[in-house]
Design a protein around this ligand. Structure first.
Ligand code: HEC
Length: 146
């Protein structure tokens, strides 16, 4: 009887730590995504002519994109489909190969752009293609906010 209680308590503790690990991973990927939005802000303003072109800032953003693209696919483990206000759609787990291919393409495009962007003209012709991946993935893999 006492042993049973111990086992039940140990199980409950184990399960709650699994649940909080999944909440952490959801929070972590949302934080990582906020970093993408943050990194995209200055180049976005430069594209619109609201901010002066700054090659170093653009290169820093592209580096963040490339690093994020490597890390992000690891933050959608099985078991993190729901909870913690995730906007991740089930298709991430049913169509995982395509979801991961989208990250890989985004990362490869960001890396290629690091070499291609040398001045304002090459920035303007290259950067929009890189950030097309954002909407291209959200469409289909991220729930729209009501
Ligand atoms: C291959 C897929 C993919 C790509 C590429 C992608 N995202 Fe996302 N993004 C997602 C998914 C999935 C979520 C939902 C994550 C969740 O809520 O668990 C998300 C969520 C977000 C969020 C909301 C984060 C929060 O606070 O909850 C922002 C902001 C965001 N993405 C910005 C971007 C930007 C900017 C880019 C491009 C530079 C980008 N994303 C590229 C899949 C992607």
């Amino acid at each position: 009887m006492i042993r049973g209680i111990f086992i039940a308590a140990a199980l409950a503790a184990g399960l709650s730590s699994v649940a909080s690990a999944q909440n952490n991973v959801i929070g972590e990927r949302q934080q990582l995504m906020k970093g993408l939005a943050q990194a995209g802000r200055a180049p976005g303003a430069m594209l619109k002519g609201e901010q002066a072109f700054d090659l170093a800032a653009v290169q820093a953003s592209l580096k963040t994109f490339a690093e994020t693209a490597k890390k992000a696919p690891t933050l959608f483990p099985v078991g993190s489909e729901t909870g913690n206000e995730t906007a991740a759609l089930p298709k991430i787990w049913t169509d995982k190969a395509d979801f991961e291919a989208k990250w890989a393409k985004f990362g490869a495009d960001a890396e290629a752009a690091q070499s291609a962007v040398k001045d304002e003209a090459s920035f303007k012709s290259t950067f929009p293609n890189v950030v097309r991946a954002c909407g291209g993935c959200h469409e289909g893999y991220r729930a729209k906010k009501n």
